[in-house]
Design a protein around this ligand. Structure first.
Ligand SMILES: *Cc1c(COP(=O)(O)O)cnc(C)c1O
Length: 384
């Protein structure tokens, strides 16, 4: 191998000997699938020549009520000190979480969205010899992170649209490092019973870490809620993931957290960037936790909106998957066609073909006005 210093020389050497950049890349990167996000309003407006103000996005399970007014005020205030690095340890936010959730402040790790915590789990635990078990279909980021670290995907098909916990338990091998369970699951919105989830976690062998993704936990009726804290208290290898992106309406600021034993949290803290959560996000999240009334209003509105969508689907003769979250899968025939037809009318939903569900679309519950518009356009789209 020749050692070349200087950018210009390097570039000439590359082109003259025909060395493609691709040849230098780790093979796993070239086969890494790319995440397809819900379409941004601006993209749709540009592509279709529509006014962005008239477009509604019901594609990414965002909060149609925006952030809490208190969170907005706190974020604006934090901008006044944008010249300072944020608190890399998220001290105030972790203190608040500890008080609200009844755990120690050292049992929380805050991330740039809860997605970052999933990646941190990969940094700490995953290599080429490891298996990762999760449901199929489940949140695609579990698969992306598994592949990113060269580990093996073990996807266990859902049963009746929910996680098949006995089958997932049978899929555990001596190589299994992580098992992801999302309840409610995305893209199905289904939950498993709290009793089944707790029993599943308690029966796992000691070399497996159970990751409970609770991104939609705040939408679940209290009677169906699962509480991970007894498992943590028992010293089990479990971690819960929560996010400020959904019920708290802060998706653009990127803040979420994991809660677990202080030992597991310390490991995750070792591999994160020193300033992974910006100060505006920290301030907004802190204020959002103080506005319980707003979160309750959003949960209430979501239940009413879900009932309205279900009534609308029933009237249209469409099948749907009963959901405990803020989105719902509905069977529309050709999902890509209906997605396109709705988009042309300025209503963005999520096709789920890449989740192996080409006949379905996933729709986020909106405001009452958004739900009516969606149902009107959906009626027209499925009639064609
Ligand atoms: C939306 C969502 C998240 C949240 O991710 P953030 O990075 O916190 O925005 C996590 N898990 C699931 C299953 C989700 O649907």
């Amino acid at each position: 191998m020749r050692f070349i210093s200087g950018f210009r020389v390097g570039v000439e050497w590359c082109s003259s000997e025909g060395m493609k950049l691709e040849a230098l890349v780790k093979p796993s990167v070239l086969t890494q699938p790319v995440y397809e996000p819900g379409k941004p309003i601006e993209d749709v407006a540009r592509e279709l020549g529509l006014d962005p103000a008239g477009i509604i996005k019901l594609a990414s399970n965002e909060n149609p009520w925006g952030p809490s007014p208190r969170a907005i005020a706190a974020a604006k205030h934090a901008l006044d000190h944008g010249e300072l690095y944020p608190d890399g340890g998220c001290f105030a936010l972790r203190q608040k979480l500890a008080a609200v959730r009844g755990l120690g402040a050292d049992q929380f790790v805050v991330g740039n969205g809860s997605n970052e915590i999933i990646e941190l789990l990969g940094h700490v635990f995953l290599g080429a010899d490891d298996d990762v078990v999760f449901g199929g279909p489940a949140f695609v980021v579990y698969k992306l992170v598994t592949l990113l670290f060269g580990a093996k995907v073990v996807e266990v098909p859902l049963k009746n649209w929910a996680h098949d916990l006995p089958a997932m338990a049978r899929a555990i091998t001596p190589r299994t490092k992580l098992v992801f369970v999302a309840s409610p699951n995305n893209p199905t919105g289904t939950i498993n019973s709290a009793a089944d989830l707790l029993a599943f976690a308690r029966a796992l062998p000691p070399h497996v870490i159970a990751v409970f993704d609770e991104a939609y936990a705040e939408f679940v009726a209290p009677a169906d809620a699962m509480d991970l804290r007894p498992l943590i208290a028992e010293g089990r290898k479990v971690i819960g993931l929560r996010t400020f992106s959904k019920i708290y309406g802060l998706a653009s600021l990127r803040v979420g957290y994991g809660y677990a034993s202080a030992e597991l949290v310390a490991l995750l803290n070792r591999v994160r960037q020193p300033f992974n959560v910006n100060a505006i996000a920290q301030a907004a999240a802190l204020a959002a936790l103080d506005d319980g009334e707003f979160a309750e209003k959003c949960a209430r509105e979501n239940r009413a909106g879900m009932a309205r969508l279900e009534a609308g689907f029933r009237a249209l003769g469409l099948e749907w998957v009963p959901s405990a979250a803020n989105f719902v899968l509905v069977k529309v025939g050709d999902g890509m066609r209906v997605f396109g037809a709705l988009q042309a009318k300025g209503v963005i939903v999520r096709p789920v073909k890449m989740y192996g569900l080409p006949e379905w679309v996933r729709i986020t519950v909106g405001t009452p006005e958004q739900n009516e518009r969606l149902l009107t356009e959906l009626a027209a789209a499925v009639r064609r």
